[in-house]
Design a protein around this ligand. Structure first.
Ligand SMILES: [Fe+2]
Ligand SMILES: [Fe+2]
Length: 290
């Protein structure tokens, strides 16, 4: 894999050329709607992407409030198949029938979370799966490995699960009896290569934040991290996992962290206390430069 270009390369994107808009998050800015889920509008250099679609209601309402025109997106990227990231897929594809969709094929898997013996479906709503299955093959980009989807914008595909302290982060199963654990192998993150390093964007980060960062640094050949943005799925993590995560993060050159969605307040607070970089939480309606 080719090493990333030097910071002086004038053709490379700068972090300030990127604008992120949070369409869906668990908490809103005043005047916006929230739901348990995540959706991010990414404008980076000359490219525009919709990353996840929230759960449904807040997604549609906030799109109108933010005056986002879905037709301007070059592509819809799905971080994984959970309902809180894919509930707006049918809305997007009915408004923009020609939209390209980048996802791992496993995002269409039937799956459940099981708590106190009760299985609750956590997969993509049926109408959204049908909308994806009705697309022309040329509209689907199958993220079974790392792909550069637009200039200097990549998705990871499946992330190797190498750290011994990270797991998918919940009681996730591929059956209603709880016999087949769901590794959520469709989980992927996105990165943007800039002249100052990587902007890493996660949906739920079921692969584990440390696994994800290590994989992206290895594939991209770039070690510097401008920022990490998104759902980091640490809300139900043990104190041991949180400690091991923050200890690993202390060794990475990270410029800033923006936590969203399923990161959890304990993880955000711990990052604030222990890491040298600024750590802030996002909210639906927030526009920012990473
Ligand atoms: Fe999520
Ligand atoms: Fe998830």
């Amino acid at each position: 894999m080719k090493k990333s270009d030097t910071p002086t390369n004038p053709t490379m994107m700068k972090p300030e050329d990127i604008q992120l808009t949070v369409i869906v998050d668990n908490t809103p800015l005043p005047g916006f709607n929230s739901e348990h889920g995540f959706s991010l509008w990414i404008e980076a250099g000359g490219s525009t992407l919709l990353f996840d679609t929230g759960r449904a209601t807040a997604f549609s309402a906030n799109l109108r409030l933010l005056e986002i025109e879905l037709a301007k997106a070059n592509m819809l990227v799905l971080s994984h198949g959970h309902y809180d990231h894919t509930g707006g897929v049918a809305t997007v594809l009915s408004e923009v029938p020609g939209m390209k969709v980048c996802m791992h094929p496993g995002a269409l898997t039937r799956r459940w979370s099981i708590r106190e013996g009760v299985a609750k479906p956590t997969d993509m709503p049926d109408e959204c799966k049908e909308a994806i299955r009705a697309l022309a093959p040329s509209q689907i980009l199958s993220a079974t490995g790392p792909i550069e989807i637009l200039p200097d914008i990549w998705v990871t595909g499946p992330v190797p699960r190498l750290s011994e302290f990270e797991d998918p982060g919940g009681p996730f199963f591929l059956d209603t009896e709880g016999n087949i654990p769901d590794p959520i192998e469709d989980d992927l993150s996105l990165w943007i290569k800039t002249a100052e390093g990587l902007v890493i964007i996660a949906g739920c980060c079921h692969s584990g934040l440390v696994n994800t960062i290590n994989h992206i640094r290895s594939v991209s050949g770039e070690e510097r991290i401008v920022s990490v943005v998104g759902g980091l799925h640490l809300s139900s993590a043990s104190s041991e996992r949180l400690e091991k995560t923050v200890t690993a993060l202390e060794k990475f050159p990270i410029g800033r962290i923006h936590t969203s969605h399923c990161t959890g307040s304990d993880a955000t607070e711990l990052f604030r206390k222990r890491l040298d970089c600024p750590v802030s939480s996002t909210a639906a309606g927030l526009r920012f430069t990473p």
